[in-house]
Ligand binder design. Structure first.
Ligand SMILES: [Zn+2]
Length: 201
């Protein structure tokens, strides 16, 4: 491995969420100490990752089965649409078994400076909500981290969805507001989640 490859890989790890330069460097040197079977398997998995995984055109989550089981499941509650930042948040809420409505993965949050990140699916959210409104949608639940950015995202989405909410009499509720400050949906436990869902406003 050339020093160029070390540097390059470090830069790639730095782009991972929550990873700084020092951690990125640790990852690279940790990998160098692993045997080649491990690194070969890892690179094989990375190669396969995008090929075996599809993204749902309705909720935008990633899935590996034939169809998105959440959007195609006819027994789910059509009256509710829950919006989250990322796949992990959706998985975490779904795992608790206390929510049976539909989902939408926004892809990012609205930062405080209000310069919108390029991966955020605002237009897609609006058209999904409109499409669901015609099928009996009664409530949109905005489920974001109990952080300043999460609050900001909720306020921003409320503004965007307001015309639709008025037109179709849809209730828009915020979810993170009942949580203690700093709570992240990715790490929340079942009881706290259940509480937040029941006490949404
Ligand atoms: Zn889906």
């Amino acid at each position: 491995m050339s020093s160029n490859a070390i540097q390059k890989l470090k830069e790639y790890f730095e782009r991972f969420p929550g990873i700084g330069p020092r951690q990125a460097q640790r990852f690279v040197y940790w990998l160098l100490n692993e045997d080649s079977q491990f690194t070969n398997e890892l690179s094989g998995l990375l190669f396969e990752l995008k090929r075996g995984v599809k993204q749902c055109g309705e909720c935008f989550r990633f899935y590996t089965s034939n169809e998105c089981r959440l959007c195609q499941d006819k027994s789910r509650d059509n009256s509710r649409l829950l919006v989250v930042e990322k796949d992990v948040d959706l998985e975490n809420i779904e795992k608790t078994g206390i929510y049976s409505g539909h989902y939408f993965v926004l892809g990012d949050i609205v930062p405080l400076g209000q310069i919108l990140p390029k991966n955020i699916r605002l237009k897609e959210l609006f058209s999904r909500a409109e499409q669901e409104a015609k099928k009996g949608l009664k409530e949109i639940i905005l489920a974001f981290n109990a952080t300043a950015e999460g609050d900001n995202t909720i306020r921003y989405l409320e503004k965007i969805l307001e015309p639709l909410a008025k037109k179709y009499s849809i209730k828009i509720s915020g979810f993170g507001r009942g949580l203690s400050t700093g709570t992240e949906l990715e790490y929340i436990d079942r009881d706290t989640l259940k509480n937040a869902l029941e006490n949404r406003k």
